[in-house]
Design a protein around this ligand. Structure first.
Ligand code: SAM
Length: 184
């Protein structure tokens, strides 16, 4: 199963027996993850992307699905805390660039780490961050290394981390990190 689907599966399973009210899609792209989160989150979803085309593609999908409780924000996810004044239950990061689009518009290590630091603070206890990294392109390799050293600083009293990748991974294989914030 693709890691994008495994991320959805992990979120679905985690929130089977606990409320998912507020969610963030940190990288809307074509809107698949935003629509997925909106199908589970009962109250509000926020979606971020730096590309207006991604915001519009996501808006089109939401309209087609008659979903109204999503606030799309045409800005980098590193501004998350400026836009959201609400503890969040689930945050998805599908890093990298949009497939079949401009590959130079990609997430970058510095801004991703800013957004991840904000996410760890905004996430409710019992919440989940899914983080899909793509080391198979230059910026993605730098970003994945930065993410890995950031992950090594997480307080394991507070976080439980799971890593999923290909069965026989290469250094270029995508990696899915699932970061579960422990209940207090
Ligand atoms: C792999 S795609 C996301 C796929 C998407 N989640 C979906 O379901 O189709 C990565 C997206 O990150 C966006 N991006 C790049 N830098 C960003 C930033 N600083 N903040 C938010 N989005 C960013 C890109 O424009 C691109 O649309």
């Amino acid at each position: 199963m693709a890691l994008t689907h495994q991320a959805h599966q992990a979120i679905r399973t985690h929130f089977q027996n606990r409320p998912l009210d507020y969610a963030v899609d940190a990288t809307c792209g074509n809107g698949h993850d935003t629509v997925f989160l909106a199908s589970l989150a009962r109250k509000q979803v926020w979606g971020f992307d730096v590309q207006s085309g991604a915001i519009e593609a996501t808006r089109t999908k939401l309209t087609a699905a008659n979903i109204q409780h999503v606030n799309l924000i045409h800005a980098g996810h590193e501004t998350m805390q400026q836009h959201i004044d609400q503890p969040i239950d689930c945050i998805m990061f599908n890093l990298g660039y949009l497939p079949r689009s401009d590959k130079t518009i990609t997430t970058e290590a510095d801004s991703s780490l800013l957004a991840l630091n904000q996410s760890t603070k905004m996430l409710n206890p019992g919440g989940l961050i899914s983080l899909l990294c793509y080391p198979g392109h230059d910026a993605g390799a730098v970003e994945t290394h930065a993410v890995q050293s950031w992950l090594s600083t997480l307080d394991l009293q507070q976080w439980c981390c799971q890593q999923l990748t290909a069965r026989e991974p290469k250094p270029t294989s995508p990696i899915l990190y699932l970061l579960y914030k422990n209940d207090v």
